[in-house]
Structures are given as C-alpha cells and as structure tokens.
Ligand binder design. Structure first.
Ligand code: 6PG
Length: 469
C-alpha cells in the first residue's frame, strides 16, 4: 500500500462498497475501511484485478494512504456516526474533509460541523439517493458544507453521479446541513408518493377487485404517460414477482405493516416547527404508524363496521380518474416539499436554489419522475413562491381536480382510507381559499384564554370579555 488514494470510504456495507466500486470505475483510486474483516477481504479480492481499489481494517493505515488534504466518505449507521467521528478526527489533519453520506438528522450535522470546524476539519452532510443500484451506477447526490472545500471533491462526485441529458445529478446545495436537509425532504416526498400509490392499490384491490396482473397493467399504462417515475416503474414490476416459497405472488404474502427509519417523521417534525403545512406527507407517516397496529386493527374491525363495497360504476372511467387523481396529488406532494425547502432556505440560511434541487432529483434518486422536468422549469423563475402557482402546473392540478374529488368521494363512500388523497385535496382547497374559518378559532382562543384576536377593519390586538354585557 502507498500514499496513492484520492478518497477514502468508511463503512463497506452495501452502500459503501457500491459507491467505492462506482468511484473506482471512474478512474479514481479509492480505499475502504471497515472493522469487519470479511468485508475488507471481499474488496481486497477485487483489488487484485483493479488497482484503483484497496481496503483495510486499520484506521492509521487507511489515513496514511489518502492524499492530503484527505476526503473521506462516511457510510456508517446513524447510531455510530459520533463514535466514528471521534475516533477518526483525532487522527485527521486541518484541511481534511469528512463527509457523512448517511441519513443523519440535519441538526446533528450542524453540531458535528461546528465541533469539527474547531479542529480545522471540514464536515459535510451529504444525502445520497438511489439505493444499492444508484450507489453502484449513479446516484443523486445532495452535498452541503463549506463551498471552497467542496471544489476538492466536486470532480469525483460529478463523475459518479447519475446523468440526465448530460447534466449531472449533483450540485453544491448550501452551507452546514443543507445537503442532509434536502435529503430529508426528498424522503418526505418519497413517503407521500408511496402512500398515494398504496391508496391507488387499495382502491384497485378492494373496490374494483383487480388481480395482481391487472394492477400491473394499470401501473404499466400510467408509467407510459406524463406520470412516468421510478416508483411507478418498480410498483408495476412488484405485482408480477413470484414468492419462492409458495410460488404465489410475493405481494400477497408480505405482511401489511410498514416500517420506517425515521426520516419521514423528521420532515413532519421540522415542517411543524417552521409552520409549513405538508399534510400529504404527515398522512403518509401516520398511515405507516397505523399499519404497525395490526392486531388492534384486526380486533377493531370486528366492531367498527363500514359501508358495503359494491362498485356499480364505469371501471375504465374510475381507473382514468384514479390515474389523474394520483398525478394531481403527486404535484401537490412535491409542492408541499418545495414549500418546506423554500422556508428552510431562509430560516436556516441555506440559500437554496430550488431549481437545482429539482434538477438533481431528475435522475438516480427514488423520487425521480418525468414531472421533475416541469418542476425544474417552474423554479427557473426565481420569483415563483409556490409550485401550485406555476403557470403550467397549476393548470394540471386545476384540470384534474374533478377526478381527485371523485376518488376521494369513492373512498368515503366505500370506507377505504385515503388520507394522502384527502389531505392533498384539502391542501389544494385550503391553499386557494382567501377565507378560512380561522376567525372562529381565534374567537374561541380569546373566549377561553384571553389570547386576543386581530380585526379585519382595524390594526391592533383586541380582547373581548365574552358573554359579559
Ligand atoms: C433513498 C432512500 C433511502 C431511505 C430508505 C429507507 O433515497 O435511497 O430514501 O435513503 O432511507 O429507502 O427509508 P425508510 O426506512 O424510512 O422507508
């Protein structure tokens, strides 16, 4: 081993080793570090055929072999990030870069950046999306941190990122935790879109009683239209997959309990703090939570009866309405995520270029979709305050709202839970309402707690001794 590696990777799990191979494929020399000897050996076996690759389980050897200033990517599980940073930073030098490429909470990234700055080490929070395949052949990369230090790793990141029409799906996003914040919002949108799809499946399966093959056909058809997206593409395929154990369709033997690693919940928590409504994403997190209570749902179903499901309408029309409702709601979901980014940009001084975020989400990541071209164009005008006000996309939603209403109505009529569709429609209706019944809430607050209210005809704050002459 010699001092010849341009970048190091800590954590040789699925993501770490695939990124390492991706980097090596692009002509960069890369060294990996892991405490697990088997993982190190697996990479060393490849190193015999590829001189760009090396691996070790010795931290000092690892650090000694990376060009200075060092660029080191961390791909370790969130609970051990602090321990790994502590161990490594004591042996690193001023000017080195440590890039946390896991899904860390952006507030943790802020603390880590601040404490490493005191040692002269640049700490980066960097979102990577695209799963295993993305890591290996081109992910969407969302980096944030010091802009000058970024220049040092920019060529490597641009080489390994996904490309769309020759444009790279990576861009410097802003200081501090900007990259992790954008990845968190990406995941919130991911949750929202997945829940919307789950609701379309629920209607197809329980109302139209479609078979798995028929569901496959519907998603395949949708995916050909402007709705085209990675999530639709995999959903279409899921319905054909066979279970090795039973030879039945795998989808039918998967337990209806949805897990999460927390990023969806973090988005909702932060959106609440910033007072940016993202109700479709909130509904998605709540439904994953509700799904956890399998036994309780089973018991409650014995008591809490709903309406009988007997569909008598035009099935073809219903599917067409469902597709349009899905598309309109996806635009609304993206609009909520983009609104959160816009607010966070100011609150946390990230100074986001929302157009760039849409640009790097067009390829490599889980939420990549044809729709992102239109979203990117919408934010090309820096004056756009909200995606639903875009001259093209507002028409898409406005023209499809009747279908969204029809689907929400059907869900209510048949007792099918459609919280993401309902929240999307209510968001649309709330956002376009000049008047909302918030005056009543203000009156109640003032009545029971003297919290005061404002008036429509006079500036100031007022209080009434309610019920007294
Ligand atoms: C991605 C994904 C990924 C995500 C996992 C698990 O962009 O590649 O967003 O980073 O964290 O898919 O997410 P949940 O376990 O929370 O569903």
């Amino acid at each position: 081993m010699s001092n010849k590696y341009e970048i190091g990777i800590v954590g040789l799990g699925t993501m770490g080793s695939n990124l390492l191979l991706n980097i090596a494929d692009h002509g960069y020399r890369v060294i990996g570090l892991d405490k697990d000897k088997d993982k190190v050996e697996a990479l060393r076996a490849m190193a015999t055929k590829n001189s760009n690759i090396e691996a070790t389980n010795n931290l000092e050897e690892f650090l000694k072999n990376i060009h200075q200033p060092r660029a080191i990517l961390l791909l370790v599980p969130s609970p051990v990030v602090d321990a790994v940073i502590a161990e490594m930073s004591s042996l690193m030098s001023p000017g080195d870069m440590l890039i946390d490429a896991g899904n860390s909470h952006f507030k943790d990234t802020n603390h880590r950046e601040k404490s490493l700055k005191e040692k002269g080490i640049y700490f980066f929070g960097m979102g990577i999306s695209g799963g295993e395949e993305g890591a290996r052949f081109g992910p969407s990369i969302m980096p944030g941190g010091n802009p000058e230090a970024y220049e040092h790793i920019r060529p490597i990141l641009e080489a390994i990122a996904a490309k769309v029409n020759g444009e790279v799906c990576v861009s410097y996003l802003g200081p501090g935790s900007a990259g992790h914040y954008v990845k968190m919002v990406h995941n919130g949108i991911e949750y929202g879109l997945m829940q919307l799809m789950a609701e379309t499946y629920h209607l197809m399966k329980k109302v139209l009683k479609l078979s798995n093959d028929e569901c496959h056909e519907v998603y395949k058809e949708w995916n050909k239209k402007e709705f085209n997206s990675y999530l639709l593409e995999i959903t279409e395929k899921i319905f054909l997959e066979k279970d090795d154990k039973t030879n039945n369709r795998l989808i039918d033997v998967i337990l209806d309990v949805a897990k999460q690693k927390g990023t969806g919940m973090w988005v909702c928590q932060d959106a609440m703090e910033l007072q940016v409504p993202i109700p479709t994403i909130d509904a998605a997190v709540s439904m994953r939570d509700l799904s956890l209570h399998k036994e309780e749902r089973k018991m409650a179903g014995l008591y809490l009866h709903g309406p009988e499901i007997k569909f008598k309408g035009d099935r073809k029309l219903f599917l067409q309405q469902l597709g349009n409702a899905y598309y309109a709601s996806s635009i609304i979901t993206f609009a909520q995520g983009m609104a959160l980014l816009t607010k966070a940009s100011v609150t946390y001084s990230y100074d986001f270029k929302v157009e760039d975020i849409a640009r790097i989400w067009r390829g490599g990541c889980i939420i990549r979709a044809a729709l992102l071209e239109a979203i990117m164009s919408a934010f090309h005008s820096t004056q756009l305050s909200h995606l639903l006000l875009d001259s093209h996309l507002h028409l898409e939603v406005r023209n499809k709202q009747a279908d969204l209403r029809a689907i929400v109505e059907a869900g209510s009529r048949f007792g099918i839970p459609l919280p993401a569709f309902m929240a999307s429609l209510s968001y649309y209706d709330g956002y376009r309402s000049e008047w909302l019944p918030a005056n009543l809430i203000q009156a109640q607050r003032d009545y029971f707690g003297a919290h005061t209210y404002e008036r429509i005809d006079e500036v100031g704050v007022f209080h009434k001794n309610w019920g007294q002459e």
